[in-house]
Ligand binder design. Structure first.
Ligand SMILES: Nc1nc2c(ncn2[C@@H]2O[C@H](COP(=O)(O)OP(=O)(O)OP(=O)(O)O)[C@@H](O)[C@H]2O)c(=O)[nH]1
Ligand SMILES: [Mg+2]
Length: 200
């Protein structure tokens, strides 16, 4: 069984800026990735709630940092997606600044889940995130999302490609898992990883 009951998760707050987490009892895990990669969908699947996080076919849906509480002192953070094509350049720069600041000042951050559409993984901004995670020593889990969209054979190929690209980074350990909201693939593994980060 899991140490946390993810179905009890509730919405806490949304913020546009990163504030320092002063309560050292809090543990946070952040979901990051390109816009439309499936972060908000994964929050709903993880928590078994249809409408906890807002999902959209239009990229750029989540524009604020959304905080959810799995329990009183364990937070899930849904970060705004990056690479939203229509976003102004300035906004893109702001986003990078926001995420770097977040990594720097949130001592409560225990882990990072990086979401990548399995059909198009390891894009430029994904690699930037991996660099940041390394630099700030934040444990990382990679989810290849929408795995239902491609064949089993293709999934294997993509896993191979991502793990090869990852080996170029000096990450000591980083799991790469398939994820599908349609088939509910990878939900168990995600809960296990969150449990381990929250309870370390
Ligand atoms: N087939 C399939 N579609 C998915 C899956 N996960 C998400 N989607 C779809 O992908 C689209 C984007 O999902 P979101 O969860 O809103 O993506 P997001 O990463 O939160 O996007 P932003 O909020 O813009 O950063 C929606 O239409 C989802 O229904 C999946 O595992 N399989
Ligand atoms: Mg979202």
């Amino acid at each position: 069984m899991f140490k946390n009951n993810y179905e009890n998760t509730y919405f806490l707050t949304s913020t546009a800026i990163v504030k320092k987490q002063r309560n050292s009892d809090i543990s946070e895990v952040a979901f990051v990735g390109y816009s439309n990669s499936g972060k908000s969908t994964a929050i709903n699947i993880l928590t078994n709630k249809k409408k906890l996080a807002r999902i959209s076919k239009t990229p750029g849906r989540t524009q604020l940092i959304n905080y959810f509480a799995v329990s009183k002192k364990k937070y899930l953070v849904d970060m705004p997606g990056y690479g939203y094509a229509k976003a102004a350049k300035l906004l893109k720069l702001e986003w990078e600044k926001t995420i770097i600041k977040y990594f720097k000042i949130r001592a409560s951050l225990k882990g990072l889940v990086l979401f990548m559409d399995i059909r198009n993984p390891m894009k430029k901004l994904d690699e930037n995130i991996i660099h940041f995670a390394l630099r700030f020593r934040i444990p990382l889990l990679i989810l290849l999302t929408k795995s239902d969209k491609i064949t089993l054979e293709k999934r294997r190929q993509k896993l191979q490609i991502v793990s090869e690209k990852l080996s170029k980074f000096s990450l000591t350990s980083c799991d790469i898992n398939l994820f599908s909201a349609v088939h509910k693939t990878g939900v168990y593994e995600l809960r296990e990883k969150l449990d381990s980060w929250y309870n370390e």
